[in-house]
Design a protein around this ligand. Structure first.
Ligand code: CP
Ligand code: NVA
Length: 310
């Protein structure tokens, strides 16, 4: 049967370098407008739905507030309060929600759920985190990096820890914009092979150098940005004990900072676990830009909504 598939943001690789730059330029402008509480009508008459299967502080609130600040509105739909939780198929849910809403931001366990949503909803679907990717986080983080370093291209981006959704999306994002990325990942926790292959293929064209290593110290050398994420992602709680052992040493701390460039900045998508993937002194320290990074999620969300709803 015929269905119209609206343009969606499921993976960072759904965007070209030009499209990313367009979104980032608007995020910069929207930051000024939103901070000064300028009245905006960009999403006038638009209703954004937020379908979340997992908890969220930043992604949920930033998208809800972005919709409101842009003159639209938002409805939050907790998956466990929908008929989804009683077995209604995602494709049926998608068609109903798509007929009510102008866009859907979805946070899901299985990446396939956002793919199915996008296939059947007829409205843009924005991946607000799946087990495979977290594309909107990359976009707002790129805004933060530009604010701190003035550019993206040619920087050495170093990721420490789990080859998870954040790492996957960064591999693609770095390759597309021409940043170099080194990820220090313990054996058994490497990023998705298909995504890595795709990133390497894109990197060949953009000149970005991408590599996976095991040693955080080796990776930290010449870093412009040190980035980390949790050792146990949402949905992996049963693996906690094993992960606590396997990620020993994969911590951003003072010693690791010393190996990086003098002006290295530290980033974390949050929520953070002090004493595990990052130390308290580093996250609270002068080189940490995590609080601006978190604030910028709002302006990233605003630019994403504008881009997909305009
Ligand atoms: N960084 C991020 O996505 O945070 P939340 O889980 O609070 O949305
Ligand atoms: N990797 C983490 C990111 C949280 C924003 C998770 O999926 O739980």
């Amino acid at each position: 049967s015929f269905y119209f598939m609206a343009k969606s943001l499921l993976s960072v690789a759904d965007l070209s370098k030009d499209e990313i730059n367009e979104i980032l330029d608007r995020a910069k402008e929207l930051k000024k407008s939103i901070k000064s509480r300028q009245e905006l009508n960009i999403l006038k008459n638009k209703v954004v739905g937020l379908l979340f299967e997992k908890p969220s502080t930043r992604t949920r609130t930033s998208f809800e507030v972005a919709a409101l600040r842009l003159g639209g509105s938002a409805v939050y739909l907790s998956a466990n309060e929908l008929q989804l939780s009683r077995g209604e198929p995602i494709k049926d849910t998608a068609r109903i929600l798509g007929s009510f809403l102008d866009a859907i931001v979805a946070r899901v366990y299985s990446h396939n759920t956002v793919v199915e949503l996008a296939k059947y909803a007829n409205v843009p679907v924005i991946n607000g985190l799946s087990d495979l990717e977290h594309p909107t986080q990359i976009l707002s983080d790129m805004l933060t990096i530009i604010e701190a370093k003035g550019k993206l291209e040619g920087l050495n981006f170093v990721f420490i820890g789990d080859g998870n959704n954040m790492c996957n999306s960064w591999l693609l994002g770095s390759a597309i914009v021409g940043m170099n990325m080194t990820a220090a990942i313990p054996k058994g926790y490497y990023p998705d092979q298909k995504i890595l292959d795709k990133a390497l293929e894109i990197a060949k064209k953009t000149g970005s150098k991408i590599k996976i290593v095991n040693d955080p110290k080796e990776a930290a050398k010449d870093a412009d940005i040190l980035y980390t994420d949790v050792w146990v992602s949402m949905g992996q709680e049963k693996e906690t004990e094993k992960r606590m052992k396997d990620f020993q040493g994969y911590q951003i701390n003072k010693e690791l900072l010393r190996l990086a460039k003098k002006d290295v900045v530290v980033m974390h998508c949050l929520p953070a676990h002090r004493g595990l993937e990052i130390t308290d002194d580093v996250i609270e320290g002068e080189q940490s830009i995590v609080w601006v990074q978190a604030e910028n999620k709002l302006y990233g969300a605003a630019a994403v909504l504008e881009y997909y709803l305009k």
